[in-house]
Design a protein around this ligand. Structure first.
Ligand code: GAL
Length: 480
């Protein structure tokens, strides 16, 4: 801190001349660049942790909650690593107060969470479960009492099973079901919640849920997939409109998974593959909302999606979001179309092909800090993108707890490197206003079960005991 202030006052060269001869000006420069300060991000910048209902709540059939597609999917044999389920998860349903204390302890401003649709509407529509509403009231009120801002995601992948039984996202009626749900959430919590996200990563839950079948509801259907995409695009805008009408002082956003996508070699085949994957994975959901339509020029398959458009849909897909959330986890090095029937037929071909010697996380994802810079730049280049939040970023590493400590040095380095790249984009003018870590707690990582640990807080699943990892303590210090 002191060194930094000195550098600010007398300049780098001046500071260098004051330092022991051994330390060259070049080293000083390098060190100054490495040192990250909260203040560099500006005073209004929001720091937070992100979570999702199914991954932490547990209490899957408690107090009147209806089943979701994830309850059903995880209860089927062979769908989740070790056949694990989210039945108990982190038991957040009962431990929320203690867990919100941890958010405070790490000096975070924001707690991002999602509502389990079937906890408040057990059948998806109709009957309201007051006990479910009461639970989220307790979470929101406790957060506010502790000085934490609750940021609410309407949908983080857990559709009520009754709605999936009627066709789920592939049934156009979902626009009505979703509208009813959004209205209930907005009317119930809009007096206290001011920051909203309609969807979490639509490209992920439509692709993995209806095309590769690796996530709930486990469909591999080239018939349902394009329908689901279009209906989610419609709901994205409709959800935004309902929130804006019912919570007039709300900041309305939505989130996208984005990866930097590079052709492996500078040859036509790889370049075309990269372009198609960019259209499918990065641009598919944001462009219709911005009034640009589907990016079918760059990926002709998307004409399959356009087929499901009805008269007037082109206008109804548009919504002027106050902010866009970007979530970045890996880079894609493209060599071929990652799209079925190629991907589907080969089953296991990873979408994110990584360079041979790349550093990998426990998910097999490449550590590539520059990627977050690239996607923020890509997002901020759109006219109509006003504010950007990094609504998720983080990594799973094989954490060990020893004598009550988790020394996750790799994760600390990961955050330093990624934050440095976020700052680079911000300093170049990208309107980045906040950064939320995935995730508060180790939790149920979808098809990977409890194996990958993403938390700033270690969870012992036997005892539900929490331990702040060294990375959480690093944030505590950094943000104080
Ligand atoms: C995101 C997702 C989160 C979490 C994270 C880590 O795609 O929104 O729920 O699972 O990936 O894999």
């Amino acid at each position: 801190m002191k060194r930094r202030q000195a550098i600010k006052t007398i300049g780098l060269a001046g500071a260098a001349s004051l330092i022991l001869p051994k330390l060259l000006a070049k080293d000083l420069l390098a060190q100054a660049n490495l040192e990250l300060l909260k203040l560099d991000f500006g005073t209004g910048f929001k720091w937070g942790v992100a979570t999702a209902a199914y991954q932490i709540e547990g209490a899957w059939n408690v107090d009147g909650k209806g089943p979701s597609i994830w309850d059903n999917f995880s209860h089927k044999k062979g769908k989740i690593r070790n056949n694990e389920t989210g039945d108990i998860a982190c038991d957040f349903y009962h431990t929320y107060a203690e867990d919100l204390d941890l958010v405070n302890q790490m000096n975070m401003d924001v707690f991002r969470f999602s509502i389990a649709w079937s906890r408040i509407l057990p059948n998806g529509t109709g009957l309201i479960n007051q006990k479910g509403i009461d639970f989220y009231n307790r979470v929101i009120d406790t957060a506010l009492e502790k000085g934490i801002e609750p940021w609410l995601t309407l949908y983080h992948w857990d559709l009520p099973q009754t709605l999936e039984d009627k066709g789920g996202w592939a049934n156009r009626d979902v626009i009505n079901w979703f509208s009813e749900y959004v209205s209930l959430v907005a009317n119930s919590f809009g007096d206290r919640v001011k920051n909203w996200m309609v969807f979490n990563e639509p490209a992920a839950f439509t692709g993995l849920g209806y095309m590769t079948g690796t996530h709930a509801p486990g469909k591999k259907s080239l018939g349902k997939y394009p329908k689901a995409i279009h209906h989610v695009v419609m709901c994205q805008a409709e959800g935004g409109r309902i929130l804006r009408a019912l919570v007039p002082d709300a900041q309305v956003g939505t989130t996208y998974s984005m990866s930097s996508i590079h052709p492996k070699e500078k040859i036509k085949k790889h370049e075309n593959a990269a372009k198609r994957m960019d259209a499918l994975l990065n641009r598919l959901f944001i462009e219709p909302a911005l009034g640009l339509g589907y990016p079918s020029k760059d990926f002709t398959y998307l004409k399959e999606v356009e087929k499901h458009m009805q008269v007037g849909d082109d206008q109804k897909m548009i919504f002027d979001f106050d902010f866009h959330g970007v979530q970045n986890y890996f880079r894609i090095v493209a060599t071929q179309s990652a799209f079925p029937p190629v991907l589907w037929a080969n089953q296991v071909k990873p979408v994110h092909l990584v360079e041979d010697k790349a550093k990998l996380t426990d998910m097999g994802w490449e550590v590539y800090p520059q990627g977050i810079y690239e996607v923020i730049r890509q997002l901020s280049a759109y006219k109509g993108v006003k504010k950007i939040y990094v609504t998720e970023n983080g990594a799973a590493f094989p954490d060990q707890i020893e004598n009550g400590k988790v020394k996750d040095i790799q994760r600390i380095q990961y955050f330093k490197d990624y934050l440095g790249e976020v700052l680079r984009a911000k300093n170049e003018g990208a309107p980045v206003h906040g950064y939320f870590v995935w995730s508060l707690l180790d939790n149920f990582e979808w098809a990977e079960g409890y194996h990958p640990r993403f938390g700033l807080v270690y969870v012992d699943y036997e005892t539900q005991r929490r331990t702040i990892k060294d990375s959480g303590l690093w944030f505590k210090e950094f943000l104080k």
